[in-house]
Design a protein around this ligand. Structure first.
Ligand code: F6R
Length: 611
């Protein structure tokens, strides 16, 4: 949430920052701004997307070799020019950008108001900035020291980056709870919320940890903790190509990412799944197999789409490993007082690895002795680092705000983990084990086949785009797929959609059904097939319009459906990786047909780093 970029060095800072903001726009896009330092401190900001900022700056003086930029997802204060970042301190000498929430801002604000401070915005950021300025002026200490003192009083999460007109050769940044990466170039430094604005210039990066301060000059990087002790920066080489974060000829990142799924699933399996020797190699699982196989209980903790992956994993783990599984919204789990035992294993599932609720949930569970296993996409992210062990999903950068390829990669990784544990526990027959390895191996080719439905699904999207509501139904492994299909439709097309367990529908939602309601059934061939056919009949009897995702060779459901999307046959345990893909395309094409910006749906941001 919120994207930040900063630059100091011999280049023109503005173009570097502007390009970086465009790459980070998926993190928030209700307003943006830059502060540039070239003798004087100039701050430009604008409500709306980064393009609007760019247009407003045509003809303005943007010459500078040090600058900071921000693209916002509003927390405190509505989206407006006034609330956009960077903010300037009361004396006009400091400019700051912030990602996160200062929870005790009201108290700090009152203290500052008593001292005569007047605020120009409604943001918590301006409060923190003036708090820093006040300490800087009244304690007569340097800015670095003032930041350190201020942060010791701050409750909440932040990445802050400051420019000081009095020190034009230095940028100061600090982190707690929100991501921050430094790019180390030759005689220059970059700073950003993730590596995407940086990789064009350097692949050497330093991930800043919580409670660390970075003091950047063009040719010097000093890292310190809040106790003013120096920390040796750990410089890593990024394994990321520029092409991976560009659209590559697709109209939208979302479509590109849907189409990448044969490759991302393949990459996820590569080096792990060996069908000829019937093995799965996953060091994170193997090295911790005792914890995993002796688990009394597994708790999947996640949010949104990742939570849906956890729900599917519940079915997979319980069937294969015979370990009881609970699936929790991280946002609920963290505030409850959950009963956690030493033998519990928590799976933290997250694309970004930075979701605030998931981070806090696993920190709490870890404190109580649970073993944390991370299933994360972004390498080096906070959840990956907090976890005791883990497995990356290797889906590559996911930039479209609606998660697609990260979801299927999560399913692949979770299924492989379950298979590995089941093998160790002897809760799976050799025959079923080998069968499922083959099913996973075949998944990328089957996904390729499904993607051939794209044109047909685009036509269906035209037909259904004016629906006011939609119901998504599934059973068993496909029940969470129905939830995911409904979520995709909601977030991309703003059509109200509900996902439900198909049999549960008659306990309430069936009242919604009439001749105008599209009801999307996820009804591939599985052990629930006969049952879901009865549910389809129930909808048909009430004149609902049935749209069904079915398996090749199904002769019954087409006769009951208004429209069908046919996917290759697969074992029911692997089916969700396939049946979700037509639903991703359906949501995408409806969003596009309605003229929405599907990569940046309203009110959303890719990485939810606030609670
Ligand atoms: C929906 C979506 C969100 C995320 C959720 C968790 O398309 O992307 O629901 O799944 O915000 O994010 P991660 O997986 O990064 O923890």
């Amino acid at each position: 949430m919120c994207g930040i970029v900063a630059y100091i060095g011999p280049r023109e800072a503005y173009p570097v920052i502007l390009k970086g903001l465009k790459r980070l726009e998926y993190r928030g896009y209700d307003s943006s701004g830059v502060a540039l330092l070239n003798g004087d401190l100039r701050v430009y900001k604008k409500k709306g997307k980064v393009n609007e900022l760019e247009e407003s700056l045509i003809g303005k003086d943007v010459h500078a070799h040090a600058g900071i930029g921000h693209t916002r997802w509003a927390t405190h204060g509505e989206p407006s020019d006034r609330n956009a970042h960077p903010h300037q301190s009361a004396n006009g000498k400091l400019a700051m950008i912030h990602n996160g929430i200062i929870e005790n801002y009201a108290q700090l604000k009152t203290e500052l108001q008593k001292k005569g401070y007047v605020f120009k915005s409604d943001t918590d950021t301006e409060v923190l900035l003036n708090f820093i300025e006040d300490i800087h002026e009244n304690n007569q200490c340097g800015l670095e020291e003032a930041v350190r003192i201020a942060l010791k009083r701050v409750v909440g999460a932040y990445v802050i980056v400051l420019l000081d007109a009095a020190n034009p050769d230095t940028i100061i940044a600090a982190r707690k709870g929100s991501p921050l990466v430094i790019g180390v170039g030759k005689g220059e430094h970059f700073l950003a919320s993730d590596a995407s604005p940086i990789i064009e210039y350097t692949k050497e990066v330093v991930y800043v940890n919580d409670y660390e301060l970075a003091i950047l000059k063009a040719d010097e990087l000093v890292l310190k903790n809040l106790g003013n002790e120096k920390i040796t920066p750990f410089v890593q080489k990024l394994d990321l190509e520029l092409a991976a974060i560009e659209k590559g000829g697709y109209d939208h990142f979302m479509l590109k990412e849907i189409f990448e799924q044969p490759d991302t699933i393949f990459d996820c399996l590569r080096g792990r799944l060996d069908v000829s020797n019937a093995t799965i190699t996953m060091a994170g699982v193997q090295n911790n197999i005792e914890h995993l196989k002796l688990a009394n209980r597994i708790i999947m903790v996640a949010c949104g789409t990742s939570w849906h992956a956890g729900l599917i994993a519940e079915y997979v783990f319980e069937e294969l490993c015979r370990i009881p599984v609970e699936v929790e919204y991280a946002s609920e789990f963290r505030y409850r007082n959950p009963v956690i035992h030493k033998g519990d294993v928590i799976f933290a599932i997250s694309q970004s690895g930075e979701t605030a609720d998931t981070i806090v949930a696993i920190e709490r569970a870890k404190e109580q002795g649970a073993f944390i296993f991370g299933v994360v996409n972004v390498v080096g992210s906070s959840i990956a680092r907090i976890s005791n062990a883990g497995a990356y999903t290797h889906a590559g950068p996911e930039i479209g705000v609606a998660s697609t390829k990260a979801f299927t990669a999560q399913l692949v990784v979770l299924t492989m983990i379950a298979l590995k544990i089941a093998k160790e526990k002897n809760t799976i027959s050799e025959e079923r084990y080998v069968h499922l390895l083959n099913e996973l191996h075949e998944a990328p080719e089957k996904v390729k086949e499904i993607l051939l439905l794209n044109d047909k699904i685009q036509e269906l999207a035209e037909k259904y785009k004016d629906a006011k509501d939609a119901l998504y139904l599934g059973r068993g492994y496909n029940f969470p797929v129905a939830l995911e299909g409904a979520l995709k439709l909601k977030e991309i097309s703003y059509i109200h959609a509900e996902g439900y367990a198909a049999a549960e529908m008659k306990h309430g939602p069936i009242a919604l059904v009439d001749e105008n309601l599209p009801v999307v059934f996820v009804a591939t061939k599985d052990s629930y097939h006969e049952k879901i056919i009865s549910n389809i009949q129930e909808i048909k009897a009430r004149k609902g319009k049935v749209v069904a995702v079915i398996s090749e060779g199904d002769e019954t459901i087409p006769q009951l459906s208004e429209d069908i999307m046919v996917v290759p046959q697969a074992d029911e345990l692997v089916a969700p990786m396939l049946s979700v893909i037509p639903l991703q395309l359906f949501a995408y094409h409806i969003g596009v047909a309605k003229g929405y910006d599907v990569d940046k749906p309203r009110n959303l941001a890719k990485s939810v780093t606030v609670e």
